[in-house]
Design a protein around this ligand. Structure first.
Ligand code: XMP
Length: 535
């Protein structure tokens, strides 16, 4: 995709004025661009991530109240370094440049940026030289997170240094008159203490955003929009039991009542008792769910299949077939509702530019399948009320809509379910074994009060066998791996440092209570280099 195409794409998606009282984040390929958007939204201010290549004219149409330039992997002297439309500097809006964004600001406005001998990665203590509006109310030193090779060495006219570190004398700059600010550190990451305050100072005090982005307002607006979009037509929703599709069901039910049909396809890969629990919960809220029993179809298709990608593709394809048949039986429907989230929509990876070739870089690790993964050629128009929301905002919305706790605080669960947690071929027996072990894992982590502290915790069944001894008998059985990670968003993760007594209880219970397992392991790999799921 060229820069112009990327910009056109942004334009297709965004109605005029949609950033009134909001912040535009121009993405220069940083892994943290979405995080900046989330942090800005935590100040009750709407924000969107847009490609760096957006034209000044397009940006004016969107009417933001301020601009944040993200970091990025390039040096502003790279041949294909991503550049800003120079007219944007003349818009008269406050601008905050982060890392590469600050270097670009200095470079474009007449300063000098140089490749430093001293690269600075990780924690650094920033000394505030002048608090001004950006560092208002903050301590004289800020523990900050750095990740840069280049540094600003000469300031553009009108700028002053407002913060320095040992190895980066120009670590934060400002031109208060024009409302321009630059920070070499990343205020959006948790390692920068007080980083949220820096963003809030920019968004609220400098840009003057009125902090009106709240979920109660969102509910009213979203209901209005759905009603206006679909009128008295019917909507079909494929329910997965996850927080996104469940919250969507609650919202749509509120908006259009019995014009909504929820379909749940039981592929046979859910956790123990979950399908039944889900239907019961929805019934309590008077939301009928059409339950499709499809277990045997899926397991038959997986016979003899061991390759993870093949498994994912087969499950995805079968899901579409079942969905197609059932929707025809229950239909006709005009609309299909999907819980598509903002990160699925934005082209953030689309703006990562190879400095040598100018090509866009995108890497596919796994083909994800979920209920949103339906093909585009289905005969429905789409309703996607969450297309501008982050996951944590959906959780807030769920609370607003009284979605049951068991759904809202549920750990993420992959579309192909336990089928990708049975390593190798999936059989009924292996699923049963994994279900029992998984049940114990969840029961124990909840009993220890740690369920909410971890991002995900689950079991994986290995098809390999190892020798053990139970009573006086030699055993030769499969293993269960416990996977527990902490994470902000599933993109990166660390293995959870769980208490030994919890691990010990789980191990003892699984070996004693789950037939066919004689060994339990704990996965101590972070992501990267591993992924959270094993397949
Ligand atoms: P990985 O294994 O890629 O997982 O580190 C990252 C997050 O995504 C979840 N996951 C999926 N979610 N459909 C989904 O809806 C899928 O096919 C899928 N595969 C992985 C995973 O559980 C973790 O939260």
């Amino acid at each position: 995709m060229t820069s112009t195409q990327a910009s056109n794409k942004a334009q297709e998606r965004l109605p005029d004025n949609c950033l009134t009282n909001s912040i535009a984040i121009l993405d220069f390929g940083s892994q943290y661009s979405q995080l900046i958007a989330r942090r800005v939204r935590e100040t009750k201010t709407y924000s969107e991530v847009l490609p760096f290549s957006i034209s000044c004219e397009d940006l004016k149409r969107l009417n933001p109240r301020g601009i944040i330039l993200s970091g990025g992997p390039n040096s502003c002297y790279d041949q294909y370094a991503p550049k800003l439309d120079p007219e944007i500097w003349k818009m008269g809006l406050p601008i905050l440049g982060v890392c590469y964004g600050m270097q670009l600001m200095a470079h474009d406005l007449g300063g000098t940026v140089e490749s430093g001998d001293l690269r600075e990665y990780g924690r650094a203590l920033l000394t505030v030289v002048r608090h001004g509006k950006l560092f208002d109310g903050m301590d004289p030193t800020i523990e900050s997170w750095m990740s840069h090779g280049d540094s600003v060495t000469e300031l553009p006219k009108g700028f002053e240094i407002i913060g320095s570190t040992m190895s980066t004398p120009v670590a934060a700059i400002s031109d208060e008159e024009r409302g321009y600010y630059g920070v070499q550190f990343h205020p959006e990451v948790v390692h920068t203490r007080g980083g949220q305050r820096v963003l809030e100072n920019f968004v609220v005090n400098i840009c003057g955003c009125p902090q009106t982005w709240t979920m109660d307002r969102f509910v009213d607006e979203a209901i209005g929009k759905v009603r206006a979009q679909v009128g008295d037509k019917r909507i079909l929703l494929a329910l997965s039991g996850g927080v996104d599709s469940s919250t969507l069901a609650f919202l749509l039910h509120k908006a259009i009542g019995d014009k909504l049909t929820c379909m749940f396809i039981d592929q046979g890969f859910m956790r123990k008792n979950e399908p039944e629990w889900l239907v019961k919960k929805f019934a309590e809220f008077k939301i009928p769910v059409h339950f499709v029993k499809a277990r045997s179809r899926f397991i038959e298709k997986l016979a003899g299949v061991t390759d993870p990608e093949d498994k994912r593709k087969i499950i995805g394809k079968e899901f579409i077939e079942v969905f197609d048949e059932e929707s025809q039986r229950l239909g006709p429907f005009d609309y299909l509702a999907q819980g598509t989230l903002y990160p699925d929509v934005i082209e953030s990876s689309g703006t990562r530019i190879d400095p040598k070739t100018g090509e866009r870089i995108a890497v596919k690790i796994k083909s994800h399948h979920n209920v949103g993964g339906l093909p585009k050629n289905l005969q429905f128009k789409l309703v996607e009320p969450f297309a501008k929301l982050f996951k944590d905002e959906v959780r807030l919305l769920a609370r607003e809509l009284d979605v049951p706790d068991g759904i809202v605080v549920r750990h993420p669960f992959p579309g192909p379910g336990l089928a990708i947690r049975v390593v190798g071929e999936v059989t009924k027996d292996r699923l049963k074994t994994l279900r029992e072990a998984d049940w114990i894992i969840r029961e124990e982590v909840k009993a220890h009060g740690l369920y909410r502290q971890v991002w995900q915790m689950f079991g994986i069944l290995l098809p390999t066998k190892s020798v053990g001894v139970m009573g006086d008998q030699r055993t030769y059985m499969n293993q269960i791996v416990i996977r527990a990670v902490t994470s902000e968003d599933g993109m990166t993760a660390d293995w959870a440092r769980l208490p030994y007594d919890l691990l010990e209880t789980i191990s003892r219970r699984i070996v004693n209570e789950v037939p066919g397992i004689n060994r339990v392991m704990y996965d101590i790999t972070s992501k990267p280099p591993a992924t959270i799921e094993w397949e």
